[in-house]
Design a binder for this molecule. Structure first.
Ligand code: 6PG
Length: 250
């Protein structure tokens, strides 16, 4: 099941994304006693993280959150290019989530490959998937690159074909910053109960049109390969990102 929501501007998008995340948290905590979420990097989630940081603790129930990263650049958290560093500055450092329930990728590991292996072990330990099955997040947040990538799954890369590993390393894509990455794979993205894309800006208009209206191949626009089953997929777009859509979106 998928839905596309279009907002007049980034502020309206972030306000709705805030409600979406809090609702997902509330449902997960009611059903399973905890909320497992993977955060994204990039500029699109910034306002949403700022709003979340101000959410009422009684509503958010931070002590029940288990927080992961969907992908990260292989740089220390203090590096301005670190996705975890950004999430910590904007959100995680401002709310009372128990530190042992926050799981950054091990960017001090010997290599991106070693960090990916360690992260896969962490996912299995914390999320306890059925044997051989991908771990199931309550919610995965994603952004969309100007080239149609998501997480660190870049066009035409062998990482797109991985079906038997939950976390892999990736060489830099064609967009900056040119650093190695560590990323969740499609099997994990598509096993999530909910995936929410946050997409703003005119540079996203072409990949958004190609993915939502022209059946883009995932090799060209990797975000097209995110189709959670039996989970739900929601696209939140600002007007600029949706500018080339011609069909009424359901
Ligand atoms: C990263 C991201 C990446 C991001 C997109 C969109 O590490 O680069 O996680 O997948 O979400 O590049 O980024 P913007 O929101 O900045 O356009």
């Amino acid at each position: 099941m998928s839905a596309v929501q279009i907002f007049a501007n980034g502020d309206d998008l972030a306000a709705d994304a805030l409600h979406f995340v809090l609702q997902a948290a509330s449902e997960a905590i009611a059903a399973r006693g905890r909320f497992t979420i993977a955060l994204t990097g990039g500029s699109s989630p910034v306002k949403t993280y700022e709003l979340l940081a101000q959410a009422s603790p009684g509503l958010a129930r931070w002590d029940q959150w288990q927080v992961f990263l969907g992908d990260d650049r292989f740089v220390p958290p203090e590096d301005p290019r670190s996705n975890y560093g950004q999430a910590r500055r904007l959100l995680l450092g401002k709310v009372p989530i128990p530190p042992e329930q926050i799981y950054p990728m091990a960017t001090a590991a010997a290599s991106p490959e070693a960090a990916a292996e360690q992260y896969a072990e962490t996912l299995i330990r914390v999320l306890c998937p059925a044997h051989g099955q991908p771990p199931v997040f309550d919610l995965i947040l994603l952004g969309l690159g100007d080239d149609g990538h998501c997480a660190s799954l870049f066009p035409q890369m062998p990482t797109l074909d991985v079906v038997d590993r939950w976390v892999v390393s990736s060489p830099p894509g064609t967009l900056p910053p040119p650093v190695d990455r560590v990323t969740l794979t499609y099997p994990v993205l598509n096993a999530a109960r909910q995936v929410l894309f946050l997409v703003s800006g005119e540079k996203k208009a072409v990949p958004i049109r190609d993915i939502l209206e022209r059946g883009a191949a995932r090799e060209v626009h990797p975000a097209a390969g995110v189709q959670p089953v039996p989970g739900t997929l929601t696209w939140m777009l600002d007007k600029s990102a949706a500018a080339l859509l011609t069909r009424r979106q359901e």
